[in-house]
Design a protein. Sequence first.
Lengths: 240, 812
Amino acid sequence: MIKLHGLSKSYRTDTVETIALNNINIEINQGEFVSVMGPSGCGKSTLLNIIGMLDTPTSGHYYFMDEDIARFKESRLGNIRKQYIGFIFQSFNLIDELSVEENIELALLYHNIGGKERKQRVEQAMEKMGIAHRAKHMPGQLSGGQQQRVAVARAVVGGQRVILADEPTGNLDSHNGQEVMNLLQQLNDEGTTIVMVTHSASHADYAQRTINLFDGHVVTESIRGKERLVNTAVIESTTA
Amino acid sequence: MFKSYVQLALRNLLKHRLYAVINIFGLTIGLMVFLLGEFLAAYEYNHDNMFSARDQIYVAGAIIGPNINIGIDKADSVHTALAPLLDAELDDDVLIARTIDREMVLSKDNDNYLQRMHFVDKEFFRIFDFTYLYGDESSLDQKEGIVLTRDMAKKFFGRVDVLGETVRIKNSQDLYVTAVIENLPKDTHFNSSIILRKSLDIIASIDMLSDVTNFEGDWFNLSFNADRTYILLPWNRNEAWLQQQLSAVYERHAPPFAKEFVTGVKVYPLVDVNTFVWDAAGLPIIESVRVLGLLVLLIACVNYTNLATAQNFSRTREVGLRKAFGATPMQLLTQFLVESLTLASVSLLLALVAIEMLLPVYNSLAGKHVVLNYVDALPMLISVVVVVALLAGAYPAFLITRLNPIDSLHNSMLKGRKGGLFRSVMIGGQFAISIFMLSIVLIVHYQNMKVEEESHIFPKSQIVVMDNIGWDEIKPHHETLRQELKEIDGVEQVSLSSTVPFSQNSNVIKVTSIKGDESNVIAIDQLSVDYDFFDLYGVDFLAGRDFDQTITNDAYRDSSSQLNVVINQMAAKKLGIENDPIGKTFYNTTDPDRGGLEASSLQFNVVGLIPDLNIRGLYNSVQPYVFFIRPENHVRASVRISADADFQSVLQKIDVAWESVIPGHPISRSFLDDIFNDVFIIFESMNQALAVFSAIALDLALIGLFGLAAFMAKLKTKEIGMRKVLGANIFQIVRLLIWQFSIPVMWSLLVAIPLAYFASNIYLNFFADRISFVPVLIGVSCVAGILLSWMIVAGHAIKIAGANPIHALRYE
């Protein structure tokens, strides 16, 4: 479903060029649960942003459902994004001025869906995430865990087939973190593809596959605990 | 501590330059407009300080009857017959003097000058203490005396020490200069009466006026803003006492016909006279200037409040730190108020500099002498700065110092909607004021345009009007003058009449449909014309005929018992003869006291019918009119010049013709256009002043919105980012932001629309014929206000909406 081939991303200022991602080759199949790990600044979020079409690569190819979208314009990317991809952020990114149901409905507003159906789908999503009783509350009145559940509901309410989660448990205590992971697991079981950036090894274990990044390179990939070295040059250069 | 506050305030201004410039610019403009309005008002309200008895001097004024249609309900003059009667009945220590304003020919050797002169009772110089260069207050005790100002002495004699020199008045009487006084300053009601600027520079005795003209104090005429009756009270008498005396004398002596026109008399303090004309016309100009100035200042204060509230959000961390280190809320409040005080003071200084630069321009344009007296103004300036600083700075200061330290350190205000309602109300308020002002400007403009358009019923740019035709020494030459003028190449027509269109005087005659039926008297405006009047003014007849020289009854003679007349449709209707009025008759009412057409009984035969034309024009309603020929009423001549003629050369020939027929008598002529503009310019200047005010107000509101939109866009970065991630396109985001700002602007309409409607009525009520599309104009202003606010917000919105959502979401 998602295939990155020789993909690089660099940021250039007047004097310095910073390489965020360097020659990345990743393939993610439909229905897979993949976690991305690595130290701060290794390029995890940049990778997620490019996968989520919020950012474009400097070079290389990005095949989304067999179509190379690396050079697509923002408006075209926006259309693909809103149809297929849902986002979950560490800081929830709920809009403080909107109630729980309005926040979730936001994801349907730009989909040409009638008001009645929107309402129905929002109710279903809230039911599924166990937050129906909080429908009229404002984000400020909810706990972190509840807020993240609202964010998850928002990410899937449009029937998105891919969820990109950027440290979804980073702002939560262990109990709430666990609950959110269970929700993601449940979504994955129902067929949703999930790509999750995380610092927590235990949460990464929910995934079928973990990709480890270091300085913009994929260094290892492990499938349920079995690690496979991908790029020895980087490991050697850092241990030397 | 205070020093550090000021220092910090200045550093903050430097750090946030854009906000500082917007704030200082806004407050400077606001303060400048407000203070300028206050200074101008103080100037107009505080005239005549040079006269030591100012506060004991009063003017006798008239209360105009409710059915008299002349556009004002009171006057600062009374009939000239009243003063002698009052003088006879009051104690000797009450001084009374009339001034009569007339144009006269004054000659020195062989030079003739047409001069405006004031003829006064001798007590005039004891009521007003002028500065004498030569002579003294007894100068007009003899009627042959004449008093000149320094400039007039120089004009006539080339020097100032001219006591005993002679000038000749009306080529008949020698006058001796008995005093020379210093030129009057500009801030006396004699010089600047706001509308008609008549200066007091040549003064002679009323007794002399009676000698050279047929003047005697009478109950017929009332000259507004020109002839006045002044009264100086001794210190033991007051206004109420004078009012009582004046009313009693008027009641006892005024004849019934005078009381119909002037229902009562009222005493006014001298200090009210300068601004009286606005008051009488029901146009509160000076108060309007002050209110508009205040509104502009308010908008500027709101700008400051809004921007400061917004800008302070970026300083929550600073406040948190200060609190954490022990600052009390009071100390923080003081700190932020010192900042607004600093800013207001900087703005005040800039405003004063601007005013100092503007005043000379205003003074030379308006012929005034407004000067800034800092010593007198200091208490007001200090209080204005303090009030502005408090008004504008208190809310943002309060809002930010209220936070608890932890929230402040976490910049928590950025997350909330605190102050949102307040900001919306402020924006709404600003736009309410701006849209209100814009509506008024449009309404006044279109009403003025209507007045101007309607004046084109007469070819006013082609018509030259000559004055003084009614003077005794000119009357015998009427026919010769007419012939000479008609022979000029380029002159199409010449006509003599008792008045001309757009001239603001009214002369009614009372008539009845049935002879002697005193119970059904109708008042109709009368206008004496000649055989060529209707042709000259391009008036077409609806029925009947124009006057004819061969028909005896077409012109009035002393022995006439019948007179053929032309009437307009309205008169026909009033007389009940609107169906086929030609050949119908009506009758005058007789009043031997009044003379003229009312001296003896007369039958009017209608020979012609013309359409209803607005002869007086401007703000007046169309009146019923009767036209007839009575040459002795004629005081003005109209000359119509062919449109394709060389006007300059025709005018020269007119002057030559006049000089040849009436030598030694300078011509006094003007275009009908100018007569119209004399009054119209008042409405036009009002509109221009309003436009300036409203442009400033709207600009300030837009600048404020610009600053606030910048801030709000920043505040909404996360929301915008999230919406984009969820699939919103740029257009949808821009629409959302614009809509959010539109809500307060929409609410403002609820205030602006009724306010504009009622305020415009104050102006429109002054006019008889009003524009009918006021709601449309208010609608246009509303749409303009909304569109402008959209444009301002859209600029920011497009920038923000076009940004990459990643940055927006990383914002926190």
